[in-house]
Design a protein around this ligand. Structure first.
Ligand code: TUI
Length: 314
């Protein structure tokens, strides 16, 4: 059994957090992960405040285990969602795409564990000074909005730069990834792409199929000139983004092309003109499974890896 301080901090069985995948991670997936011993996460993304509140309430009916909410800090209603998590007694908040500094005092007063996603040592150090409980060091192998560094380079540097626990994210899709994350000094992992194809994940079936069919080289990073690069599975839309880049188009063109493109893929199933956000590890994700199967399989693989590691030492 792999155990770490993250399990005690979050009151979970396995040190695994589900990624806060925008327009995808709802109460069904969050409860599926939490009921399987990990920490499930509801993604607030750009959703209306009432939708998020309702998903939190639904999750409370679906599980008696802890779960969290991911707040995407680029969202216009981040301020309101920051209050809703307090009102609804959510136990854990993860954040993405920015610095949650201004909310931390309020969340701590409500006993919420705060776990920001960071993509640099500078932000990790600032977050530690601001009083967060742990940081999620996310490498650019991840799907969706990403930073510049790979997980392999980012995690050990963040581990060395802060005293709080570090959770590794980006490119982790099986037990080997978990074992590697622990070797880099992490106390847990955040996994997104593998949970995209969980039975409990309500994303459109076309999206699941696109992830299952993807090979190692099928993801690309789009929208770099906007300052918010996004990793997606290659399709018609990503090729149009690449043409924009070549033509040196202004930011408004990116805005126009990207508007509504994530729900178009995730909810409507348009996987050619929608944005299919997924990580580089998609090539390793080959079948739909329940959250319980995914988590138990990943951790038993990781245990096997640890048991075999001594063979390399003479
Ligand atoms: O947030 C994510 N991944 C996301 S958010 C999202 S929704 C979206 N849709 C369209 C455009 C942009 C976003 C889809 N995927 N991951 C966490 C993450 N956070 N990755 C990188 C960062 C990050 C980057 C810079 C966090 C902080 C940061 O620094 C900002 C600062 O204030 O210094």
């Amino acid at each position: 059994m792999i155990n770490s301080i993250l399990c005690d901090m979050l009151n979970i069985k396995y040190p695994i957090i589900q990624g806060g995948m925008a327009w995808i991670a709802d109460s069904s997936l969050a409860a599926g992960v939490s009921n399987s011993g990990g920490l499930g996460i509801i993604a607030a993304a750009n959703a209306p405040v009432d939708y998020v509140r309702n998903e939190i309430r639904k999750a409370k009916h679906l599980t008696d285990k802890p779960f969290g909410v991911n707040i995407m800090l680029l969202s216009d209603n981040a301020d309101e969602i920051a209050k809703v998590v307090c009102e609804e007694g959510v136990k854990v908040v993860t954040t993405g795409a920015g610095s949650p500094g201004k909310y931390i005092e309020m969340w701590k007063k409500h006993g919420i564990k705060v776990l920001p996603v960071v993509a640099s040592t500078a932000l990790a150090k600032r977050m530690e000074r601001d009083g967060v409980d742990a940081v999620i060091a996310e490498g650019c192998e991840s799907g969706g909005h990403i930073g510049e560094l790979t997980t392999m380079a980012l995690v050990p540097q963040i581990v060395d730069s802060v005293k709080i626990p570090v959770i590794a994210a980006g490119g982790i899709g099986d037990g080997r990834g978990i074992a590697a994350a622990f070797m880099l000094g992490a106390v847990g992992v955040q996994v997104g792409t593998r949970f995209l194809v969980a039975n409990e994940c309500t994303v459109n079936e076309n999206y699941k199929e696109k992830v299952i069919k993807a090979k190692d080289t099928d993801s690309v990073v789009t929208a770099r000139p906007t300052g918010h690069p996004v990793r997606v599975i290659r399709n018609k839309l990503s090729r149009q983004f690449q043409l924009l880049e070549k033509s040196g188009a202004g930011l408004e063109k990116y805005e126009e092309l990207g508007r509504g493109c994530l729900p178009k893929a995730a909810r409507e199933g348009d996987i050619e003109m929608g944005s299919v956000m997924a990580g580089q590890i998609a090539g390793l994700v080959c079948k739909e499974q329940s959250c319980k199967e995914i988590i138990t399989e990943m951790f038993s693989e990781a245990e096997e890896r640890f048991a075999k590691i001594k063979q390399f030492i003479c």
